[in-house]
Design a binder for this molecule. Structure first.
Ligand code: ADP
Length: 804
């Protein structure tokens, strides 16, 4: 709500409340005041009228007595009719009576009655001679002055009352009665009074019998002496107690008795009136004065109306003044509000004009200053906003460009994702179509993929395997020992190279069946070359094993058969060459030497084949004994050094810093392993530049690692996965060294693995002539002992030397 309205409403409310309070107070006050004033007036007026009536009657009584005592009356009555004295008395009497009538207009007849009751003189001559001897005003007046109450006089044809007094002679004897008949005009005049307060104000007289003797306001003349006034205050007026007090002490005594004599009563009309009464002891009348209660109230209402009108007019004027003042007071506030709204709506710098010489003007000045400052700020901010908007627009454009680029990237990503998904689907399709069992593990060795064949072979469903460590369910064990053989998987991840499954590995299926399996594990690299898992491929080799065994048996048998004729060939050719059976010419010597060399190679090959057969058939015997490794290696080096020197290379033993303890090894087999590696190193060293071949032993974790390093021709990348295969020889090896069976590494790998160790190599795949290093690990507790019926054929070393 606006301040102006608030002020106006507040003042109006105050005014209305004040008006109501004042109205109520005035109402209460005026009610009692007006009532007391009117009532007081009625009471007083009635009392005055009563006194006037009493005085009026008393005067008439007094005059009656006075006149009746006039001697001329008794003279008249006592003298004889014919006498001069009588006529004189008559003359005097006439003058007296007629003058009296003239003076007192209320007297309608003055007449004299003789002692016989006969009217002898009258102001109305027609009445002379009438007999009044039975009239009360004659009989009662014989002794005393008598008042005859109001009655209807047929003579005067109007209401009259009579006062009669006895006439006595000089001796005091009764001579007659002097009577005056009064009309009621004088009385009516008094009763009527001089002025009226209200229209309903009414005074009337009743006689002892409660008949009206004066005309009441609301009744006609007919009511006089015909209608009674049976009202409460008339009844009260005639209470003996009141009559006594009034007679004795006048009206004041009544005040002492009752307090106010004003009564709220019902008048002769059955109307509520405020009335008072006064008893007239001289006549026994009662004077009643009354006024309608409505008039009393209307007077009060008029008063109240006048008062409230004045108050209301004052209020309206007051409100108008308040309105004007409040307008004046609040106009500056409205100006400020208008100004504030203008500024709020961006009209910075808007000024207001307040001219009042007070705080509002100061406020207006402050507002104008604030407005100026705001405008200055707004201008600055607008400038900044413009700059910022330009920046934002530029940024938005950039963002749009970036958004487009991101959308492109997202497209690319989506395409790539689809491609990957396609690739994955392809991969899965390929994987599932592969006839071998395949499963893929991540870097934590959890299975992430497995194909149908693998599930069939293992007996597990994919949901039993996906997400778990592969070794929890998929058990690859060594056929003979039953020990777990997981090296090929772990090593593929560790060494980042393809690993072959060890020979004679079997898969333990879900139902406990043992299936001979073979194949390999390949690491999976991400783009940055990190190994993120590996693929394990395995196949059931039961049938292949049987065929292989048959083949091996055959090779073993054939080799034995070949060895038998080769031995005498070698012996006899050596005897011939040594000229034990006669001298040979140069050409013969050359031929025999060729025969001898060929037979040796044949023996070596046959030995190798036999050893392979033994190993494959699992007949190899391993018998480890505690051995001083340094001595052991020095011995081999010593043996091979001359051969090495002929190839222009140097053979060096890198002794370990700490002295090695004795290691439990099968010396024959270990010699064969080391010799084979050293022989290869010598054979595949570069003759042109000369080579350095080193052998070293270190203890690492739970193994002793023997390493043979050369800087020879190296192993090409495409050959690296085949290097341990039977009869395999790399192209560069064939070129460099024509002779070779491709069985050496195959044999020694089987030996090492059978003894619980491992054989592997490192050769940079792409660069040539950077050499190769072969590593052999033997557990620190030594080579595993193995019972078997066959050892390795001894001539092997000889064969290899021969090869070189
Ligand atoms: P052979 O030496 O009779 O060919 P091996 O089984 O001893 O048979 O070796 C197999 C093949 O491994 C060799 O033909 C050669 O390709 C490769 N090889 C072995 N040792 C080395 C080496 N030190 N340097 C380069 N290649 C080697």
């Amino acid at each position: 709500m606006k301040l102006r309205n608030k002020i106006n409403i507040s003042f109006l409310t105050i005014f209305v409340i004040a008006l109501s309070i004042v109205g109520v107070v005035v109402n209460i006050y005026t009610t009692s005041l007006v009532r007391s004033k009117i009532v007081g007036y009625i009471d007083l007026s009635n009392k005055i009228k009563a006194y006037q009536i009493r005085t009026y009657i008393q005067n008439q009584l007094r005059e009656s007595i006075t006149l009746s005592s006039s001697l001329s009356l008794s003279d008249y009555l006592d003298t004889s009719l014919d006498t001069e004295q009588h006529s004189l008395a008559k003359h005097g009497l006439d003058i007296l009576l007629n003058n009296f009538i003239k003076i007192n207009q209320q007297v309608s007849e003055a007449f004299l009655i003789n002692s016989m009751g006969i009217v002898v003189a009258s102001t109305d001559e027609t009445r002379i001679g009438l007999d009044r001897s039975n009239d009360k005003y004659f009989t009662e007046a014989k002794t005393n002055t008598f008042f005859k109450d109001v009655y209807y006089s047929s003579q005067t044809e109007r209401e009259s009352y009579v006062i009669s007094s006895p006439v006595r002679n000089k001796n005091g004897d009764f001579d007659g009665v002097l009577a005056f008949r009064f009309n009621l005009d004088g009385l009516y005049q008094i009763v009527k009074g001089e002025r009226k307060l209200e229209k309903s104000e009414d005074s009337f007289l009743v006689n002892k019998d409660k008949y009206f003797i004066s005309k009441p306001l609301f009744l006609g003349e007919d009511a006089i002496l015909k209608q009674k006034a049976e009202t409460e205050n008339v009844a009260n007026c005639y209470k003996q107690e009141e009559i006594d007090i009034t007679t004795k002490t006048g009206y004041e005594g009544l005040y002492n008795l009752y307090g106010s004599r004003i009564l709220d009563v019902i008048d002769y009309r059955n109307v509520n009136v405020v009335a008072t009464h006064a008893y007239i002891p001289e006549t026994g009348w009662c004077l009643i004065s009354k006024i309608d209660r409505v008039d009393v109230m209307s007077f009060h209402s008029t008063l109240l109306f006048i008062f409230l009108t004045v108050f209301l007019v004052t209020g309206v004027i007051f409100t108008a003044i308040v309105f004007v003042i409040s307008n004046r007071l609040t106009n500056p506030i409205f100006d400020i509000i208008t100004g504030t709204n203008k500024i709020k709506n961006g009209e910075y710098g808007y000024k207001i004009n307040i001219k009042t010489n007070d705080e509002f003007r100061e406020l207006g000045d402050a507002f104008n200053k604030m407005s100026e400052t705001t405008k200055a700020y707004a201008d600055t901010i607008e400038e900044r906003v413009r700059e910022q908007t330009n920046n934002i627009e530029e940024k938005v454009n950039e963002v749009e460009v970036q958004k487009a680029a991101i959308l492109n990237i997202l497209d690319d990503v989506e395409n790539a994702r689809q491609e990957v998904s396609l690739e994955k689907n392809k991969l899965e399709a390929i994987l599932y179509s592969i006839g071998d069992g395949v499963f893929v593990v991540d870097e934590n060795l959890n299975i992430i993929l497995i194909n149908e064949v693998a599930m069939k072979m293992t007996g597990y469903k994919d949901e039993e395997l996906i997400g778990i460590k592969y070794y929890e369910k998929l058990k690859f064990i060594f056929e003979e020992t039953g020990k777990i053989n997981n090296n090929f998987i772990d090593d593929a991840i560790k060494t980042k190279t393809i690993q072959e499954m060890a020979k004679h590995t079997v898969l333990l299926t879900k139902d406990g069946t043992r299936i001979p399996v073979a194949d390999s594990t390949a690491p999976i690299f991400n783009e940055s070359g990190k190994v993120i898992g590996c693929v394990v491929v395995f196949r059931d080799v039961t049938l292949a094993r049987e065929i292989d065994n048959a083949k091996t048996e055959f090779v073993s048998l054939a080799s034995h058969q070949l060895r038998t004729p080769l031995t005498p060939i070698r012996l006899f050719s050596e005897m011939l060459l040594n000229e034990e059976v006669g001298k040979l010419n140069i050409q013969q010597k050359e031929y025999v030497d060729s025969i001898s060399q060929s037979s040796k190679r044949m023996i070596s090959l046959v030995n190798d084949l036999l050893n392979v057969s033994r190993l494959e058939l699992g007949r190899l015997k391993i018998d480890p004994v505690s051995t001083n490794i340094e001595d052991f290696l020095q011995d081999i080096i010593k043996e091979l050094s001359p051969t090495c020197q002929t190839k222009g290379c140097e053979l060096v033993f890198n002794k370990p810093e700490e002295k090695l303890p004795d290691i439990s090894i099968d010396r024959t087999l270990m010699r064969q392993v080391i010799q084979n590696l050293l022989t290869n190193a010598i054979r595949y060293s570069s003759i042109e530049k000369g080579s350095l071949i080193t052998i070293s032993v270190v203890k690492k974790d739970n193994n002793y690692i023997f390493s043979v390093q050369d800087n020879g021709i190296g192993i090409p990348a495409d050959a690296q996965t085949h290097i341990f295969e039977k009869f395999y020889r790399a192209e560069n090896a064939i070129k460099a060294e024509g002779e070779g069976s491709g069985l050496g590494l195959y044999i020694i790998k089987m030996i090492v693995e059978a003894a619980g160790g491992r054989l592997w190599f490192q050769s940079p795949p792409d660069s040539k002539n950077t050499g190769t290093v072969f590593h052999v690990s033997i557990p620190i507790f030594g080579m595993a002992k193995k019972e078997g019926d066959k050892g390795m054929i001894q001539e092997n070393s000889l064969t290899n030397i021969t090869k070189v």
